[in-house]
Design a protein around this ligand. Sequence first.
Ligand SMILES: Nc1ncnc2c1ncn2[C@@H]1O[C@H](COP(=O)(O)OP(=O)(O)OP(=O)(O)O)[C@@H](O)[C@H]1O
Ligand SMILES: [Mg+2]
Length: 348
Amino acid sequence: MSKLVAEHVFKVFGRRPKEGVRRIQAGTDRDELRAEGTTAAVIDASFEVQQGEIFVVMGLSGSGKSTLLRTLNGLAQPTSGRVLFDGRDVSSLAAKDLRHLRSHRISMVFQHFALFPHRSVLDNAGYGLEVQGLPRQEREERAAQALELVGLAGWERSWPDELSGGMQQRVGLARALATDADLLLMDESFSALDPLIRRDMQDQLLTLQQRLRKTIVFITHDLNEAMRLGDRIAVMRDGRIVQIGTAQDILVDPASDYVASFVQDVDRSRVLTAASIMQKPPVAVDLSDPQCVTAHTDTPLAELLTPASRTRQPLAVVDDEGRLSGVIARDTLLAALGDQPVKEAHRA
Ligand SMILES: Nc1ncnc2c1ncn2[C@@H]1O[C@H](COP(=O)(O)OP(=O)(O)OP(=O)(O)O)[C@@H](O)[C@H]1O
Ligand SMILES: [Mg+2]
């Protein structure tokens, strides 16, 4: 069962939202509605997020990302459609159950650190546990563990203004982790950080995720961030999800010209891996042959040039168990790295 499911979610703001949904369904243009003072912020969003997955929602400002995120934990009610968390319809929950869901099962991490300036780092990290009503000692133990997870052991007694921006954002992350919530909703959580610190936070999140296996919905308008973090990415435009896929799917097979123009500046050689361009081996490949040069399925194309230069034979691509998955001829690799559209190279 999927951890989180959105089924035909609409969120319309204005005087008669339900009517707005009907008119959008009947084909009325979003801009036409907007001119009448009705905003279709989220239009017919459907997706499933699996346990342990990082699902990124990416789109320009105003495309509906935050509104969609707010429907996922019941902060906003869908005008139409529904959201299922662990199979339960979030919008049908009684107020008390909804509060429990938001305090225990789902955590949000925002763009601005939202730390309390007059509380220690430890008390900030333990804030969600205070809301849960846990006694002080347990709260402090779990908050300290969460701070250790994000690399802030030793800072428990400091004040937020003694920390750098990146460290403050890690306190925000620790606060979300301390509650043991299994779903993290992260809205532009790293966007306010300097580029280097931002990359560092992305790395930390990926490392943490290997250990914790949370389910994460991460919102960003930054494509490179989306590609680094997302197991899958949903691209939003004007309230609609226009494509859902892995970074490779979106690069190799963009669903529209809009998506293609969005991704045109991405460094393909870092995102595409050996598996995305390999072909079925035409003949048996002898992996024990000393002439045979191998690469792993997950190796980025940028790292294949050196091994490819060591052999005249196609590269043998092997999986985690060392089994042959496919081969990459040198001209296929060069085509994928060059100007030629990767899709062509893929099929050549
Ligand atoms: N409470 C509200 N009432 C009316 N309109 C709203 C409300 N919340 C959001 N909107 C509108 O819905 C649309 C989507 O907004 P949303 O904040 O979800 O976009 P976003 O993708 O998160 O943008 P950003 O990247 O700037 O954060 C916008 O046109 C916004 O003005
Ligand atoms: Mg937003």
